[in-house]
Design a protein around this ligand. Sequence first.
Ligand code: HEM
Length: 489
Amino acid sequence: MPVKERSEPTEPRKGGGPADPAGPAELPPDLPPELPPLASPRHRVGSALAFRRDQLGFLARGIEEHGDLFRFRPLGIPMVLINHPDHIQHVLVEHSERYDKGAALFKIVRPVLRDGLIAIADMDRWRRQRRMMAPHFTPRTVATFARNMTDETELMLERWTSRPEPYARPLDVTDEIGQLALRIVTRSLFSAQVGDSARDFEQAFGAANAILADFFRFPFPPLSVPTPSHRVLRRAVDDMDSFVSGFIERRLADGPPGEADAEEEAPDLLTLLMHTVDDDGSGMDLEQLHHEVLNLCIGAYETTTNALSWAFYLLARHPEAEARVHAEVDEVLDDGRVPGFDDLPRFPYTRRVIDETLRIYSPAYQTMRRALVDDEIGGHRIPAHSNVLINSYFLHRHPDFWPAPDTFDPDNFAPEAVAARPKHAYVPFGSGPRVCIGKHFALTELVLALTTVARRHRLVLPDGAPEVEPDPLITLHPKGGVHLRLEPR
Ligand code: HEM
């Protein structure tokens, strides 16, 4: 799909005279005339090529040169990076009504996500969908999924330990956890057992993630042009659609699980989405249902997979932190039992490890908003239609808020350290009305899966293993996956 926004924000006019007919409306008198500084290189193509070659390096240089707020325009698309907690709070929370998801990044992922909850720009439709789904994501409901999370982790451990020579050969931890994450979310929200089709979904998503990331860095030719990689993307979307249709169609044919004692069983999210009607009596059509289910699978799968892979990797590289996790797990689960939802408050250090992992390798490391009106951020004018980019890879390393930004230190999340920092210096789940709906789900799953494994096993770096680099795709993926060797404790 081509990205249509090619118009530049007009440069400020001296004296604030009437607006160019093609430019934004006349500025209210109290808006500053200055646009944010423009990151070099100034030439459009030069900027596009630099962004394409090394997206993180390009942004790092911009931050070094201009600080927390600057503009750039790869291929003429007007973008503004904001990298200060106050600016992020302004856009995501305090003035969220001035921004929507009609931004370039979401246009690019729309062929996959369509109008599901993650990418939908129309705020009235978003509100209706979110209202319908929110009750399934409260801490109380998530508590009822805890058992699925630990059961599936135990099944994964059984698969690992029943391989020939289970402790000799390294595991592709990212691939394994991808399947775990998909099995947990589909079982919890849709009562579906997806079995080995989880692997097909993983492969399709991996292909789409890489192709769309490339397209984000250099959106040409349009996705509608059938280049070989765009054809692979089409097939990947078809495969993800088939994965979702598989269990929706089974449900339509078989009816909801446990219908016989439906009065005692809470209906799952799939049943709710199929049957909820709005005030005007209209329900969700099958196509929309499909898109919502796909959005939840994608939202839950890749982010959780990356987070848990990186957490095991970081623990393998930091024995002192690993020892503290083991001590905590041994104390809470002294009889070797499986952890439960009520144990979560008793794992404060393990939770810090997860929080610190989400800081260093923030899985959903970039998001974007489109300015609906002219606005002011940090003393600069942000013209309507600007694409405002938030990149938590840099925000979470901001030297004003993190004493040693590149060092893995779970004590960054000790209560006194958290209290000393502005809230929006750390936004792995976003913030404001469009904060991640699955935040409690994810944090519960991450701590329970980690502690279930750590009861009896550890994951260690194979001899001579190279460092794993982050790959800035649409999400922050461990390049080549995390490979570790299982060891009994
Ligand atoms: C570590 C795990 C996760 C991370 C880091 C994460 C991160 C995020 C972020 C940053 C956003 C907001 C994006 C924005 O403002 O543009 C978001 C939204 C969303 N996430 Fe997550 N997520 C995680 C897990 C999950 C899970 C487990 C689910 C579902 C079960 C989920 C479903 C969604 C959905 C549907 C949205 C869109 C919400 C809306 O706009 O109303 N996520 N996620």
